[in-house]
Structure formats: C-alpha cells, structure tokens
Design a protein around this ligand. Structure first.
Ligand SMILES: Nc1nc(=O)c2c([nH]1)NC[C@@H]1CN(c3ccc(C(=O)N[C@@H](CCC(=O)O)C(=O)O)cc3)C=[N+]21
Length: 292
C-alpha cells in the first residue's frame, strides 16, 4: 500500500476562503475580527509561527496585533497585558505564544486569559467543556486534525484511536475530541509499556511525541490512518515529523506530511476560532440567543 497524503496546505487554503466570506459579512455589520498575539523573548522558531499567523490573518481580513515583549519581563507585567486585552472590547482573541521564559508560570498566564477570548482553547474552563462534549473553544492543533477526518470522510465511530503523547496542547484534547466522535481512545506516553504493541492496534494513530522520526513502519498496522504532529529540526536544520514518513508511507492508508500537514491546519483553526468569537459578539449585540 502507498499512503495517500493528507494535504494540510490545500485544506487550510479552502478553509481560509470560507473564512474570508464570513469576515466580509462581519465587516458589513461593522465588526472586524481582531486577534492579539503576545510573544515573549527571542525564540526564532516562535517568530516564524507568529509571522505565519500574521500572514494568514491578513489574507482573510482579520486584524492582528503583535505584542513583542522582552525575555526578562516579569509575570505581573505580562499579566497586565493580558488584563488589558481582556477588557478591550475591540479584541476577540488573545494568544500568548508558548513556551514562556522560566520566570513566568505559564499556567497562571493561561488561566488569566478570559475564556471567551481564549483562541487557543487552553483555559481550564474551555478544556472542561470540551471533555464534557460541550465545546466552547477548541485547541487548534487537534481541531485542525479533526478537519482532515471530516474532509476525507474518515469515520471515527467505533475505531481504535491511539494517541502517542499526553500534552495539554495536543494529546489530551485530541483524546476528548475523538471520544466525542465515538472513537475508542487509548492515550500512551513516555511511561507506557510495550508501546509498539498498542500503536500496532491503531486504526488511527496520532504521533505527538516530539522526537524526530520516532514512529517506524513496524509500529503501524497496515491500512492505518497516521497523523504526524511532530515539528523537529534534524541535524541539517530540516523540518521533520515524529513519523518516519518514508517508511510509514508504505503501510498507512493516509498520512499527513511534514511540513504541509498539521501545521497549516493549526493556523487555519486559529483563524476560524477568532472569527467565531467575533461572530458571537455580533449575536450578543443583536440581542439574539447565543448557543455557540
Ligand atoms: N499559544 C500557542 N499556541 C500555539 O498554537 C502554538 C504555540 N503557542 N507555540 C508553538 C506551537 C507550534 N505551532 C505551530 C503552528 C503552525 C506551524 C506551521 O504552520 N508549520 C508549517 C510550516 C513550518 C515551517 O516550514 O517552518 C508546516 O508544518 O507546514 C508550526 C507550528 C503553534 N503553536
């Protein structure tokens, strides 16, 4: 079998085209969706994400404001920025780029963002709603992965989904979303025994480990759908995933490439959520009942 590649770049572009329409409708009602991105320090990889986000937003008509803060900033100073944009009614979404410098408690910052403006879906209130199958805001990377299943008619019902990685950003919310869509979900992690035995049972395998080319051909059931969430730089500075793409393409039915797979979808979902939050604001102004 040769895997069909799930093209995230193309799907993200399709989604952006739809979003452009929704933004135009909002603008006719006098509302421009606005996203504030806060970046602390000089991490060069982080800067690339910020630039990509900015570019995507511009194409759709979303207004973005980038706040660049020094590496040495204190927790209270950063909290003051979050508070300022929580209270600014022209701002619909706030994103604080992770990771943060060691002197700042990232959890404290995440908790300070108003849940209604939490475009990352990282706030415990939003995570709680997601786990109770009543999502208000969805973490962008797993939400982007769900779009592949929808687009390619990959049903999750009764399927065994195995997730490698238990981070708050990917593994855990991914598990909740797949469970909400009737999959049988196994979460594995660094302490899991006989990992390969479990991954080989997966109808759908999510690799979110953070180690270059960790998942090999022998870890994958023939015909499985394999999602590669990895973003690792190899010795040559090239971007590689958590899946040995060359090998695994020989056994999987579907595979997301790196780059051009999950990454662009993450950004598309960030844009989608910003627009959704802006639309909620308009509903409230109109006095309609908001169910979203
Ligand atoms: N609060 C917060 N929210 C995040 O969503 C968040 C974060 N912090 N910190 C860092 C990670 C990482 N992340 C990426 C998003 C898109 C690409 C992306 O677009 N990648 C492209 C191009 C990559 C390249 O070539 O450099 C691709 O995979 O094709 C990558 C990485 C969001 N993150």
């Amino acid at each position: 079998m040769v895997a069909k590649l799930l093209d995230g770049k193309k799907l993200a572009m399709e989604i952006r085209t739809h979003l452009k329409q929704r933004v135009q409708e909002l603008k006719q009602k006098g509302v421009t969706p606005k996203l504030v991105v806060i970046l602390v320090g000089n991490d060069s990889a982080s800067r690339i994400y910020v630039r990509n986000k900015h570019r995507a937003a511009q194409k759709i008509g979303i207004e973005t404001k980038d706040i660049e803060l020094p590496q040495e900033i204190t927790e209270n100073e950063l909290l003051a920025y979050v508070k300022k944009y929580n209270e600014d009614d022209s701002v619909h979404g706030i994103l604080v780029q992770l990771p943060l410098p060691a002197q700042i408690n990232a959890e404290k910052i995440t908790h300070a963002i108003a849940p209604a403006k939490d475009v990352d879906g990282f706030h415990p209130v939003n995570i709680g709603h997601l786990f109770m199958n009543d999502p208000h805001a969805l973490p962008c990377t797993p939400h982007g992965i769900m779009q592949f299943f929808k687009k390619y008619n990959i049903s999750l019902m009764g399927k065994h989904a195995v997730i490698v990685g238990r981070s708050n950003i990917v593994g855990r919310p991914m598990a909740a979303m797949m469970l909400n869509n009737d999959a049988t979900v196994t979460i594995t992690h660094s302490k899991t025994k006989n990992l390969s035995e479990l991954t080989r049972q997966a109808d759908i395998l999510i690799a979110a480990i953070g180690q270059a080319e960790f998942i090999k051909k022998t870890d994958v059931k023939p015909g499985a759908v394999v999602i590669d969430v990895g973003m690792n730089r190899n010795d040559k500075g090239k971007l590689v995933g958590d899946v040995d793409q060359k090998e695994v393409a020989e056994v999987a039915s579907y595979l997301t490439p790196v780059p051009g797979g999950v990454g662009p979808m993450t950004i598309a979902m960030l844009m989608e959520q910003t627009v959704k939050f802006a639309e909620r604001g308009v509903q409230n102004v109109d006095g309609e009942v908001s169910n979203g």
